[in-house]
Design a protein around this ligand. Sequence first.
Ligand code: HEM
Length: 513
Amino acid sequence: MPLPSLSTPSTALPFALLTLFLALYLHRRSRRRFLPPGPNPLPLIGNLRLPDDRLGAFKEWAVKYGEVMTIRIWGMDLIVLNSQRAALEVLEKRAGATSGRPRTVMAHELVGFADVPSQTNDPVLHKRYRRLYASAISTRGAQRYWGIQERELRKATLDILAVSGSPSPALKRAVAAISFLVAYGYDIENDDDELIVRVNEILRIFEKVLEPGAFLVDIIPLLKHLPTWFPGAGFKRLALRWKKRIQETREAPFERVKRDMATGKARSSFCSTLLEQHMLDPQASDYDEEIIKATAASIYSAGSDTSVAAIQTFLAAMVLFPAVQDKAQTELDRVIGRDRLPSIEDRDILPYCSAIVQEVLRWHPVTPLALPHVLEQDEEFRGYVLPKGATIIANVWAMTRGESIHARPEEFVPERHLTEDGTALRTPDTGRHASLTFGFGRRVCPGSVLAEATVFAAVVSTLWACTLSRPPGTEDMVIEYEMLGVHRPKDFPIDIKQRFPGAKEILHSAINE
Ligand code: HEM
């Protein structure tokens, strides 16, 4: 029987497809030879999904594969940096090539995240955002907000003492109030405040659009060309609605600051300070209203869930490690006494309480896999090639649990952040101030100073006024963590009592001063 000719139409197409597939496979395989190793059971695809216990798996794989590994999901490469050394080398020393963010069609092109400070890939715009944060909320600039942070957390402490249920609603309210007062000088009325409701809605939109694979258009980008009215193009109509909603929510509080400034009613805030500077000398400042608007909006969107999660972790640590609570309260009694409240200014004379903040960020980092970066070009690292376009993840979870760096990593031990004589915070061996949980390089969190001051204010206010413990009968209950955007403890039973008579009255009078 004669063999069918390969040039006949019926065989040419399958043959071409087979050749293409083979070429792709061989190309990928030759490229893969230089990729760091990793858990990739299926050829080409790698993995179909990540395990449910993502953090546990990432830590195990870090032990197995070493400083850098590749996890492939549906053919996409994730380069995971498992050690501090690797993260600092790749994300800080080579920041020029590793500071981009992964781009998705739905988020960046359709919903308009391309100009959001935490998502933009425009290097000029990004630099301008970063300069603005540096001028307004770096170490010196952030001090002007200490009064707001102290007051709101003292109010939250009183609220917590007044109710018997979970402290989470009072903490969320306090952190939201701090964000809006800092950003706009706007005092939120209550939990149903329209602005809070709208901003929370935007946060949920963020979570949805940034979830890998949540929208088909991110897998098949050509779909973005479908007309909006076309059947199946519901995602485009949704994107338009979300885009409008985000713009309106950014706009409303900003316009209010401008109106209040015009009538002399505006309180000093991030927006009013920058707008004043801009109005005084528009040529000297390299930012405009759009840039101030976008950076102000990120103070709540990037700083609220994260700061609340850190404070919830602090409360979990206090009930699980009562000896730490005792030690901190001994320090507070010795240094501050019971006649006045501790303030953020007291950080240097309260080293143990300061070390609690650092240990909170290490023990259960709020962002255990930081935020993804993307490689702009091929980079050679430890004999491997980290390929252009791959997503880079910093495995902060494994870094903060490395036995060689932290003895007994599962225990909450503030002493690991103190000098030997316990009188000051130790300079971390990373040589930089910000905790690893704030990320790396040009994308490192610009709100870390603000966030640490908020957590410190929460630590000293609650420990000065309250005794925290587990209600009888719940001592053996495990405190579980969940990963919903941020890593935080699920609500757990906690008893909060006034620590000494008169504490509430001192809190009251400080708030009403
Ligand atoms: C405990 C609280 C916080 C934690 C754990 C945290 C953590 C992080 C992390 C891991 C990143 C990504 C870093 C990277 O890509 O390498 C980040 C970025 C960012 N954070 Fe925070 N953050 C916190 C609070 C805040 C606050 C209070 C603000 C308010 C200004 C803020 C604003 C931002 C912004 C705007 C970015 C994007 C930076 C960029 O892409 O250039 N964060 N944060």
